[in-house]
Structures are given as structure tokens and as C-alpha cells.
Design a protein. Structure first.
Lengths: 185, 185
């Protein structure tokens, strides 16, 4: 892919993630193109259908999880506790909660779409492998599985609004620490 | 208040809480009256202005917090740990997260309205007193204050949708337990 095409693709996916989180799966490709600052024709060259765009977003999120997992593997050889805490904070930082809430409103897609089911199983496997490392290091209870970890981390990532952040600065990072502490044996 | 008037008032406040959580502070009194199954005239007899209705909701939530606190006080004399866990689960069960997120979108109301500020301070005092009891019993870390506790408990109460609950049954109660465990010293 040429460099400008890659930039456009990234802008489209970034805009799609924001709009899917705010508006939901009913968002139009036209809205996404406008938010990404590209023409609708450019969007269709990258993602011929709305479903292609949704799966483009899913693949991008899957890659982000893989990137966090790779960084965890690197760091874990040095300092497993620091690596696990960083992984937890970075995973919450993916801010998947709003997206999950929106996607879950469309069970045909969320529960039954074959590509979604496959990506979810792959991501769960990647996360379970890192949970196992953290469990062996005594940082996570045995009974914590990947789905629970992801839902907990995604739930606490949902924004409550700037007014809340101003009233109680840092509350969200505090909650991530409480969450990770609560996962310990 | 006559019995049927009290029933109407309760229905109006219940409908207002649901609609405020779903639609936000822009919800109309007409929508609330329809959802409560009362005429608009009945609503206006109880709450002459939209602001009166918002404060009616606030007072109702304040009373619910007081009721939880009173139950905690009763139970704490018997079994402080059970009382604290029940208080945590019941507080999350108030499901304040969606309401806080909606209210925070109106900082003039959320941050600056005198009645809101006063109710928030009163509720924080009531919660801080129970946190102190839990701290003395070694169930909560010293540095946990009422605002952090409330935001954490409210955040984890936000629904992710029936499809998620079906996919990972009981994940929300699991998260409450993780949260309460994470607050321990």
C-alpha cells in the first residue's frame, strides 16, 4: 500500500472507532468518511462495504491487543510485575468499553458473526497466555479468565465525562490500580 | 401526601431516573410523564419545573444512599465484613454510572448547582463515615475516599448489554467482587 493510502486507511479506521463508540453500529460510511477527512470514494476503495469497514476496525483492535501482548512478552523477561501492571493499564487504555456496549446491541453481529467470533477467540487466546504468565508469577488469581479480564478492563475504561475528571482528578487511573490489585491472589 | 399521589410521585421519579440515564438531562417532562403513565398535569403538580424534577431525582438518590448506609450500620454490629461486602454490592446496584455520565455533560448543573453540590457533600459525608468503619476493620485502605469509592462503584455498574451478560454470565457481580478486593489494604 502506498504511504498516503496507508495514512487514509488509518484515518478511516480511527474515525470509525470513534464514531462506532459514540453513535454505534448504525453509523454510516458517509459519516465516517467525513470525520476521517476523506472522500466517500476513498473510503469505498479501502472498504467496499460497511461490513468490510466493521471488520477492518475489528482487525485493527486485534492488532492493538497483539502489540500490547508483544510488549508484555518483552518486558516480562526483565520485570514481570512491572510488565503486568503496564499491560493492564495499556489494555484499559484501549478503551474498548464503549465499543463493546455498542456492538453488543447488535447480537447478530456481536455473538454470531463468524469473523467476530473467530477474532474474539484468537484475542482471548493471546490474553489467556499472558494471564498464565502473570498467574505463575503470583500476580493474578487462578480463576481469572481472559473474557472476565477483558470485560473488567473494558468496563472501567468508559469515560464518565470531563466534569467528573475535573472533580476527582486521576480517578480513572486509580480505578485501574484497584482493579489490578483486586485480581491478585 | 395521599397514597395514590405518593404512588404517582414514585412512578414519575422512577421514569425520570431511567430516562435521564438513557437520554440525558435534555429529557422532556412530557417524555417522563408518558413513561410514568401519568398526565402532564399530574407531573407538574408534583414538580412544577424541570429543575424541581431533577432535584426530586437527586433527593431520591440521596435517600437510597442513606437507606444503604442505615442497613450497613445495622449489619455492621453483627458481621462487619459481610456488612461491608453487602454495602459495596448494593451501592453498585444503585447503578449511578449512567446518570453521572449524563449529568456530567452539563457542568453548570453537575459542578455548580448549589443544591447538587450540597447533596453531593452530604452523601460523601455519609459514605465517608461508613468507609471509616470499614477501614478500622481492615477492609478498606486508608487512602480510599468517598468520591473515589463512589466513582469506582458507579463506573462498574454501567450496563454493557444483554449480549455481553449472555456471553459471560455473572461478569458484573464478579467485577464488583474484584473491585471490593482491590480496595483492601
Amino acid at each position: 500500500m502506498r504511504a498516503d493510502a496507508a495514512v487514509n486507511r488509518e484515518a478511516i479506521i480511527g474515525a470509525a472507532i470513534e464514531l462506532l463508540a459514540d453513535v454505534g453500529l448504525s453509523v454510516s460510511t458517509r459519516q465516517v468518511a467525513a470525520a476521517a477527512g476523506v472522500g466517500i470514494g476513498t473510503l469505498y476503495r479501502h472498504f467496499p462495504t460497511r461490513t468490510d469497514l466493521l471488520h477492518g476496525v475489528g482487525t485493527c483492535l486485534r492488532e492493538r491487543v497483539d502489540a500490547l501482548a508483544a510488549r508484555f512478552d518483552e518486558r516480562a523477561t526483565e520485570d514481570i510485575e512491572a510488565a503486568w501492571l503496564a499491560f493492564g493499564h495499556e489494555f484499559v487504555g484501549l478503551r474498548l468499553g464503549r465499543l463493546i456496549a455498542q456492538a453488543a446491541a447488535f447480537p447478530d453481529f456481536f455473538l454470531d458473526d463468524a469473523a467476530v467470533v473467530e477474532r474474539r477467540a484468537e484475542a482471548a487466546g493471546a490474553i489467556a497466555a499472558r494471564l498464565d504468565v502473570a498467574k505463575r508469577a503470583g500476580l493474578v488469581r487462578e480463576d481469572v479468565d481472559a473474557f472476565h479480564f477483558v470485560l473488567g478492563a473494558s468496563q472501567i475504561s468508559r469515560p464518565l465525562g470531563a466534569a467528573v475528571d475535573g472533580l476527582v482528578p486521576g480517578w480513572n487511573e486509580w480505578l485501574v490500580d484497584v482493579y489490578l490489585r483486586g485480581l491478585r491472589p
